[in-house]
Write a protein that binds this ligand. Structure first.
Ligand SMILES: [Zn+2]
Length: 316
């Protein structure tokens, strides 16, 4: 067998790491998490299609028969988290569990891709296959059962996963808190500082509320370890530092937007994207459009900015 694909193993958890292509190459990986109880085995997220060999190997390495995977729990609909849903459903017959809000996207890869990559006119020159669809397998695995904040998934032998809504990066994102080990698994609400793309959020106020929620959760629930999709496992104290860093990065995106709209009356959405990415040395790509659009809408709602034709203006 080739090099181990299991990067972390503790209590009921085993983490499988998969490399990311494109702008992310070599900078970050995505991770999926096996959680084993006395009665049931769950996998949190299915990863990206390019990670399928690692996923197949992980079953062998962990000695889990494919038919013994009971549940696939989805954190959110993005392509690097649902890429092997179809394969897992066909191979294991697992029940797929997730948030109801984006179930239509999970069930339809093309809709999933268009709803984010082509959400804005400036996104349309990005290739759907290269940017999104190639990250997902040829078949979808739709959600069979919906869960919401506070629901508990009992895997047996005291291993219980509590659903924790962590909205903002995706407006339908959930994490899972394993009660016996006080381990919190969250995919993308806290993105690592070495991420080569602008902080991705769909609503800045909701994103900030989630930072506050996670911060409180760490203390109130005495969290012992936090597992992330794109970062190493962290202690609560390390996670607290990351929360502060994430807040600062969202603030920085908004400070850039404000500065450039003030300095360049009538600036276009596309130019604003380029300037904001340049400010933070980030790749000029489609994900940035999501965050910039979200903040522009929030600034407009506060009466701080207005759109005239294709241009953005500061309201003094
Ligand atoms: Zn994501």
């Amino acid at each position: 067998m080739s090099k181990s694909v299991i990067t972390y193993q503790e209590g009921p958890f085993a983490t499988v790491a998969m490399g990311l292509p494109g702008d992310h190459e070599g900078k970050t990986a995505t991770r999926v998490f096996f959680v084993r109880g006395a009665d049931k085995t769950a996998l949190i997220d299915s990863g990206l299609y390019g990670g399928l060999p690692a996923l197949e190997q992980s079953f062998e390495e962990l000695g889990i028969a494919r038919k013994d995977l009971d549940l696939l729990l989805l954190t959110h609909e993005h392509m690097d988290h649902v890429g092997n849903n179809g394969w897992l459903k066909a191979e294991t017959g697992c029940e797929i569990v997730g948030h109801a809000g984006r179930a239509d996207r999970v069930a339809d890869n093309m809709l999933n891709a268009k709803a984010i990559v082509h959400a804005f006119p400036e996104g349309e020159h990005f290739d759907l296959n290269e940017e999104y669809l190639d990250w997902m397998g040829p078949t979808e695995g739709p959600i069979d059962r919906f869960v919401k904040d506070g629901d508990v998934i009992d895997l047996g032998g005291g291993v219980e996963l509590e659903v924790v809504e962590v909205l903002g990066h995706s407006m339908c994102e959930i994490g899972f808190f394993e009660r016996s080990t006080k381990t919190l698994v969250i995919a993308d609400p806290l993105l690592p500082p070495f991420n080569p793309v602008l902080y991705l959020y769909e609503d800045p106020a909701v994103m900030r509320a989630t930072f506050d929620k996670i911060e409180k959760f760490l203390v109130e629930r005495d969290v012992q370890a936090v597992l992330f999709a794109h970062d190493e496992v962290k202690t609560a104290a390390e996670t607290q530092e990351l929360v502060d860093d994430c807040r600062a990065r969202v603030d920085k995106v908004e400070a850039s937007i404000l500065a450039h709209v003030k300095a360049n009356p009538g600036i276009s959405f596309a130019d604003l994207r380029d300037k904001c990415c340049d400010d933070q040395n980030m790749v000029r790509e489609w994900r940035a459009l999501v965050s910039i659009d979200a903040s522009l809408k929030a600034f407009a709602a506060q009466g701080l900015m207005k759109q005239q034709g294709a241009g953005w203006h500061y309201v003094s």
